[in-house]
Design a protein around this ligand. Sequence first.
Ligand code: ADP
Ligand code: MG
Length: 699
Amino acid sequence: MDWLTDITYLKGVGPKRAELLNKEIGVFTVKDLLYYFPYKYVDRSKFYTVQDLTTDLAYVQMKGEIVRIQEEGHGNRKRLIAKFYDGVGTIDLVWFQGLKWIKNAIKTGQKYVIFGKPNFFKNGIISIPHPELETLEKYEARTIRGGLQPYYSTTEKLRKSFITSRVISELVAKALEILDNIPDFMPQYLIERIGFLSLVEALKNIHFPEDTHKLRLAEFRLKFDEFFINQLSLIKQKKLRTQKIPGYIFERVGDYFNRFYHEKLTFELTGAQKRVLKEIRRDFKSGHQANRLLQGDVGSGKTIVALMSMLIALDNGYQACLMAPTEILAQQHYNNFIELLDGLDINFRLLTGSTKTRERRIIHEQLMKGELQILIGTHALIEDTVQFKKLGLAIIDEQHRFGVAQRAKLWQKGQTPPHVIVMTATPIPRTLSMTLYGDLDVSIIDEMPPGRKPIITKHVKESQRRHLYNFINKEIAKGRQVYIVYPLIKESEKLDYKNLEQGYEHIVQIFPPPKYRVGILHGQMRPEDKELEMKRFARGETQILVATTVIEVGVNVPNATVMVIESAERFGLSQLHQLRGRVGRGGDQSYCILVTKDKLSSDARKRIDTMVSTTDGFKIAEMDLRLRGPGDIFGTAQSGFPFHFRIANLSKDGAILQLARNVAEEVLREDPELSRPEHELLKREVDREIKRSPWGLIS
Ligand code: ADP
Ligand code: MG
């Protein structure tokens, strides 16, 4: 039998079961079945005796006979107890449900193999509730017994049709027995050099491990496989892109850049900013389209780097654009540019959803003529009516909110694409950025501008709220400003707005006018009103801004020193970190106060503790990954985290990923097209992965 054979033809399956396996767990072929891995193993390699039982054993297997069966208790509390003697001592097997059935099924004097989790009671009695139980004869007749036993996840429907974890394991065992050949795509030289198990060995041991050592080797091989194919396909796609897609060449650094640098820049660039600018300049001269991810924590100074890159494009006669995810942020970039570009005689404008038709028309016209040099805006930038004469550089702020298709809409088919720089303040753990952005070049600004004081983060419980208001009062008295943020979560939007409004009223009562001025900002306000509120806060006309997370991204008010986050337990770590980044932007000591209810779940507690103990975005991202898993962080629907691994785990297997990346790079260096005979099967796997890849090739 071939492993691509339809699962229907595996002995013991047939059309009915095949349909269930297709629908319920996506198993269509024998190969699919072999790649349906156990989610856990239970050690049934040894038999324990009563003497061996200790409180730290989770599950135990024992052999013995039932010597007495008795019922105890009344009504709801009725239970069945079987005294089980293993030749050394006696324990209780206990059932609380299905008493009648069990009572008929078990016999005294019969030898059994039992399996379960022992409980220890103060009076010295050891009992195992609802043990798995099998007669010794039956146990000895089984094909698979002893060792580490695989457990497979099943579904309600599968179980109803008696396709249990055990049945799946029997099917897998059968398949492994009768397959003639499992083709291994890993070239022999790598198997030898890295010391992998062959694919056959790996698959045998992932299902039925000979021992824990072999299991580890099997996991290593199969995890490596997934990462390896993934990395080969990403690196290959990137090579295709850089070889096939030409890019504009920006040779010169001219007047715009130089005048800005000498006349406008009031501070020295950090070492990291200089390094990143160099990396970008190298892209500009390479003759290939740049696709660079610019990663840097909030406040690390990405905007200046973006602006200076744009000035290089202008110096070479090209246009540039800057796209932001929200109207507030686009507006803020625009205001920032007004200040930064003052006197440089550069034509730049703002285009958002609320830009008036007349202004819009001017923008369209000037863009086509090439008179408009820089366009700043939101999604409105990628509408079909927006046509540049010569777009040389597109910068996308907070890229995780834009999909690939949107990126590609910035230019037309057949045209030379602009260089693309995507900026993100979401510190992405290295393991993730390697897979998520494996086809982009990555620059990291890992140094903060000098003179920043680390933000102090405190946890305040509901019952300590009064201290919070005293503290806010003191800061305001010093002339500082305060954000108070309420959660806004899609499912309960109405309720959340109610919370926000109540919160606002409450704050106004505690900080009443005219002494205090409190503003409110949320996503349902009209853009003009939002902008007005933001402006009032930025000018210092309001001291407290009560808001939803609309202020999360990019908002910059250096005089704001306190960020209060209400119901902080409802926020994810990366969001808390983003919000905290709104303060600490000036020279004054800043604070982030996390207000939670008194009692917290253990996960919420860990998030809060993490925030209190570190301001390092990368550490926080790692923790976030560990607590939530990559699936949640990059929920497929939301931002299109494109990869699904069966066995590899991005939060735990960073070292294997790194190895897979290194080996993939090396293999492609030696054989870029994977055209050597020893790479034939490997190429097939990689091509399949590329076809499936949601990134595809943008061209
Ligand atoms: P980001 O976009 O990375 O969050 P910004 O570019 O908005 O950060 O920069 C945050 C603040 O730091 C801005 O006010 C900016 O002018 C300032 N800044 C940027 N680079 C430097 C530097 N090298 N030295 C001092 N201040 C800087
Ligand atoms: Mg920014």
